[in-house]
Ligand binder design. Structure first.
Ligand SMILES: *[C@@H]1O[C@H](CO)[C@@H](O)[C@H](O)[C@H]1NC(C)=O
Ligand SMILES: *[C@@H]1O[C@H](CO)[C@@H](O)[C@H](O)[C@H]1NC(C)=O
Ligand SMILES: *[C@@H]1O[C@H](CO)[C@@H](O)[C@H](O)[C@H]1NC(C)=O
Length: 406
């Protein structure tokens, strides 16, 4: 019965409910607990690293004070493991009383006072991935609770649910978010679970329902993980790149820059490629102990400008250069006719690889372009469609530039 009602509700509102919440017109930027702090609930033995209001406040202070907010990182998001083991007597979600003694509304207020926005996590299934109460059968209540707390962003996971129910379920939760009247970025994991289950996601439906959606399994703090996500995007399964647009983004998961697993060269690749892929930029790192070098990389305004380009077109892999491991990616950016271009080498055979292509080989067909380095904005010269473009690409490295018609 419940399902029939849900179906009716979704059907009735589907035609008029294309996602139009005015949010995420460029890929959301912020900080998310999961990759770095996972589900550490042990505040007795690891008080500085446990999922708690203290951790969120400290990270909010760093986001605001250390130049991240000024660079665009606006959302601070708690992932799984913030919840108490049970709902309250009225069936409402409640945070763990020991780790969040002031409650979520007070924490949201603190975050807002820093000029930041607040994101939270729930799950479409009966339990979250870590086993806390899920939203199934409580979706309307939970959307309302989040709105009352002043939440600005909801990540909606899909553990402990049937991926076949997701087409209806994710739309229903989106409607309940909308009904609250409070604009909240809606971050979905819908296509990821459907792909795991072996069926083809309905990207058109996902695009009109969610502001962003995970297309790949969780990222981890390693080059294997980062490079496999980039390779997955390179294949552009189901033409997923075509569904990205202002308000709607494919999500390859968090930036792991600043942690333990990537070399500096590999960290530059993640930044450059998340920019080319029009990906949400959600850091997950300890902002208390990050190196100056990683801080500078994460706040590189030239790379961020590519990521945040207002045209909102996702880049794609356009060429794999014969006889090398170098591939070329291109993203149309503003002003119209310009491109961000990345020469990328995911392999590492030890030595930097020189390559030479023509402008035309990499889609630059206008009469002339000015090239600017994507990291430091230095001019790199002018090129025509038949000019040789010669670059040297480091192992696990990237050469990023912008090409603007002249
Ligand atoms: C709800 O949906 C309508 C129609 O798409 C839209 O105009 C409105 O901005 C949405 N409101 C919120 C709070 O998301
Ligand atoms: C992807 O888009 C191209 C056109 O850009 C089209 O030829 C192709 O059939 C599409 N593939 C899929 C799987 O939709
Ligand atoms: C790569 O090789 C293919 C055939 O093997 C050829 O058609 C193509 O022009 C080559 N591309 C470049 C950029 O050399």
């Amino acid at each position: 019965m419940k399902n029939v009602l849900l179906l009716l509700l979704v059907q009735l509102t589907r035609d008029i409910s294309g996602l139009d919440n005015g949010l995420a017109l460029t890929p959301p930027m912020g900080w998310l607990t999961w990759e770095r702090f996972r589900c550490n609930t042990d505040c007795v033995n690891r008080p500085d690293d446990c999922i708690s209001e203290t951790l969120i406040k400290v990270m909010a202070d760093h986001l605001a004070a250390d130049g991240y907010l000024a660079a665009g990182y606006q959302y601070i998001i708690i992932d799984d493991c913030w919840l108490a083991p049970d709902r309250d007597a009225h069936g409402r979600l409640q945070p763990d009383p020991v780790r969040f003694p002031s409650g979520i509304a007070a924490l949201v207020e603190y975050v807002h006072e820093q000029g930041l926005k607040f994101g939270i996590y729930e799950d479409f299934g009966v339990r979250t991935c870590a086993g806390f109460p899920g939203s199934e059968f409580y979706m309307e209540t939970d959307a309302q609770t989040f709105a009352e707390w002043g939440v600005d962003y909801v990540k909606f996971d899909g553990c402990n649910s049937n991926p076949q129910d997701m087409d209806l379920g994710y739309e229903a939760f989106g409607l309940f978010l909308n009904k609250t009247g409070r604009p909240m970025v809606y971050s979905c994991e819908w296509p990821m679970y459907q792909q795991f289950a072996g069926f083809k996601p309905d990207y058109a439906a996902i695009q009109r329902t969610c502001n962003m959606w995970r297309v790949h399994g969780d990222i981890s703090d390693s080059w294997t993980s980062v490079s496999s996500i980039i390779s997955y995007y390179g294949k552009d399964y189901n033409n997923m790149s075509l569904y990205a647009k202002p308000g709607a983004w494919n999500d390859p998961d968090m930036l792991v820059v600043g942690n333990f697993g990537l070399s500096y060269e590999q960290a530059r690749v993640q930044m450059a490629m998340w920019a080319i892929m029009a990906a949400p930029m959600l850091m997950s790192t300890d902002l208390r102990s990050i190196t100056a070098q990683d801080h500078l990389l994460l706040t590189n305004l030239n790379v961020i400008a590519i990521n945040q380009d207002p045209l909102g077109i996702q880049g794609r892999r356009i060429l794999q250069i014969n006889g090398t491991n170098v591939e070329v990616w291109s993203r149309p950016i503003s002003p119209v006719g310009s491109f961000a271009i990345a020469f990328l080498q995911l392999a590492n055979h030890g030595d930097p690889t020189p390559v030479s292509v023509t402008g035309r080989d990499i889609g630059l067909t206008a009469s002339g372009y000015m090239f600017m380095d994507g990291f430091n904005n230095q001019p790199m010269g002018t090129y025509g469609p038949d000019s040789p473009v010669k670059v040297v690409v480091n192992p696990n490295g990237v050469v990023l530039f912008r090409a603007k018609p002249i």
